[in-house]
Design a protein around this ligand. Structure first.
Ligand code: ATP
Ligand code: MG
Length: 569
């Protein structure tokens, strides 16, 4: 490709709309342009890189035995009603109407469509295992589209769906995808960690997310260097000790705490009740009804775990007046002592705790000497807390670390939720009808592309791994006059590399050398071949790997050296 003939609108200034490095670089390097929030056009260079990521994904899916197909993005709402997600996923569903005012759904994912297909096509255990995938545009009505391609309204996903006759076979399908994902991200030059993930309202059995560690990531991951335990904080646990049972069990005592409405205030003089000896009482409305949630004073609620405990994601913190209606007190003096008219969900760490202090459900008063079990009837016990850095690893006891990360892929063992709802049934060996056991596996292809940039750049621009670079080599003649010796040598190298199947771009613009060098660094081509008059007069050409030191080679050895660098990767 000739630079002058394509469209690479590089920008000197960082557009104000971009907050994170990769988003800035996508725009500055002329890879994408925003149409409007959450919607992007891929320019020629961006599209080339995207196609390379897609190709890696495709090759590894095929290698793992998955079958490529292509499903409609426009979907009838009745299959969404059948699966129950017309309601549960309503926040992200884009809906459109046709001329007859009939409603349609723009697919945010394809479990409903694939399961409907399989219901019609697969009816015997002999036809399984099967795994179908596609690389396709998804639509999600994200509340906060941001960070460019990271969270868009329209994006490209690779989604795969496995169907198995037995649990053991489903396990094998899951493992194959897990392994394929590890290879895909590695081939894209990405360092990822696979973490245990929350299964949320998808209703699955277990799942892993592939995370790219990055300070700008929207997820938090807890991990242990010592044993390799790693989990999304939504799911992570720790071996934090239960509160010790206090020595003597005195009667509950009400005491005045005028103006004290926080755990912190109560932990200071004159009260001096350490946060870990306090019970924090939260009031939530779940499916519209109040529930109490109890945590140790120094702990935070993990809403993903609460979803699991409540069996619904339809909840929110109650407003002050709703709390007053439920407990007769305002936040700051709430407690569960003697509460029998509301469901009480307590964090496991509080089990058997005694000598605790909590709100008295009377503004300006607290209760001390509270013993769970004796004074508080918690009908529901669950792990409800967010792990904190430094707590002991649940597997080996070493301190956990917490790091931010970008989720690029997700493998999920679904079970039979969708096959049951949408009648994907088959006859097993004994001739008995069973729902197929499903798994689903997603990779955000566009997000992965941006994650590569987020993980691999410097102050001058992107540092592409060869595998996904829009062009592997950029030839930069410092004199672009067609008859110049420099340009002729450049054309010769261009032709030779092209003939060897290398993706090459030649910067045939008549701009100053400084401009050309800056642009090629900004775009981040892995190898730059610089040809200048002075060095060429000495028979030399400069090869500059984007991430390495300048190499001087004899002009006639340029192609061989470039090929060697490409082979080294
Ligand atoms: P997130 O938690 O980031 O919203 P998700 O759990 O909703 O993601 P999945 O339904 O598992 O995502 O989708 C599979 C993959 O698609 C994700 O791992 C991610 O890489 C990508 N993805 C999801 N939502 C978006 C989006 N709005 N824009 C770009 N990529 C996305
Ligand atoms: Mg996910």
């Amino acid at each position: 490709m000739r630079w002058s003939q394509t469209l690479i609108p590089t920008l000197k200034e960082t557009p104000a709309e971009a907050e994170i490095a990769s988003h800035k670089l996508l725009l500055r390097a002329g890879l994408v342009r925003k149409l409007t929030g959450g919607l992007y056009t891929f320019l020629p260079l961006g599209l080339r890189a995207l196609r390379k990521v897609e190709q890696i994904v495709r090759e590894e899916m095929n290698r793992a035995g998955a079958l490529e197909l292509l499903m409609p993005a426009l979907q009838p709402p009745d299959i969404w009603q059948q699966s129950g997600r017309y309601e549960s996923a309503k926040d992200v569903l884009f809906k459109v109407r046709d001329r007859a005012k009939k409603e349609w759904v723009l697919g945010p994912t394809h479990e409903e469509v694939i399961t409907t297909l399989v219901a019609g096509e697969i009816n015997s255990y002999r036809q399984m295992p099967k795994n179908f995938y596609q690389i396709q545009t998804k639509f999600r009505d994200e509340i906060r589209p941001r960070f460019g391609l990271m969270r868009a309204k329209e994006f490209i996903m690779k989604d795969a769906y496995s169907f198995d006759a037995t649990d053991e076979a489903a396990q094998v399908s899951y493992r194959k995808m897990y392994d394929a994902y590890a290879r895909i991200f590695q081939r894209c030059g990405l360092k990822t960690i696979a973490v245990e993930a929350d299964t949320g309202v998808m209703g699955g059995k277990f799942s892993h997310e592939f995370m790219v560690p990055a300070a700008t990531g929207e997820n938090e991951v807890a991990f242990c260097d010592a044993c390799g335990y790693a989990a999304n904080v939504e799911k992570a646990t720790s071996a934090v000790q239960r509160s010790e049972v206090g020595g003597q069990r005195s009667e509950v005592e009400k005491f005045a705490t005028p103006g004290v409405v926080t755990i912190e205030a109560l932990s200071k003089a004159p009260y001096d009740v350490a946060a870990e000896r306090q019970i924090k009482t939260l009031v939530y409305l779940a499916e519209g009804k109040p529930v109490l949630i109890l945590l140790r004073g120094d702990h935070q609620l993990n809403e993903a775990k609460l979803t699991g405990a409540l069996g619904t994601g339809n909840f929110r913190p109650a407003a002050a007046e709703e709390i007053f209606a439920a407990l007769g007190a305002h936040p700051g003096s709430l407690g569960a002592v003697g509460i029998t008219h509301l469901p009480v969900y307590a964090d496991e760490v509080l089990r058997d705790a005694a000598d605790m202090t909590t709100g008295a459900n009377a503004d300006g008063f607290h209760l001390r000497n509270v013993a769970i079990g004796r004074d508080i009837q918690a009908a529901h016990w669950a792990d409800l807390r967010l792990v904190q850095a430094g707590e002991p690893c649940p597997k080996c006891g070493q301190p956990l670390k917490i790091q931010r990360a970008i989720e690029v892929g997700h493998v999920f063992k679904l079970g039979t939720k969708y096959s049951q709802a949408l009648n994907a049934l088959f006859l097993d060996e004994a001739g008995k009808q069973q729902p197929a056991i499903m798994g689903c596996y997603g990779i955000g292809v566009t997000r992965t592309l941006q994650a590569v940039i987020e993980q691999s750049h410097d102050d001058n621009g992107i540092i592409w791994p060869i595998s996904v670079a829009p062009y592997t080599v950029c030839i930069t003649p410092l004199n672009a006059a067609p008859e110049s010796a420099v340009m002729q040598r450049a054309e010769q190298i261009y032709a030779e590399l092209t003939a060897r199947g290398v993706d090459v771009i030649i910067d045939d613009r008549s701009d100053r050398p400084g401009v050309k060098f800056k642009d090629s660094e900004l775009v981040g081509f892995p190898i730059r071949v610089g040809i200048g008059e002075k060095s060429l007069a000495k028979g030399e050409v400069e090869i500059k790997p984007r991430a390495g030191a300048l190499i001087l080679v004899k002009a006639e050895e340029t192609v061989a050296k470039v090929m060697e660098l490409i082979q080294q990767g």
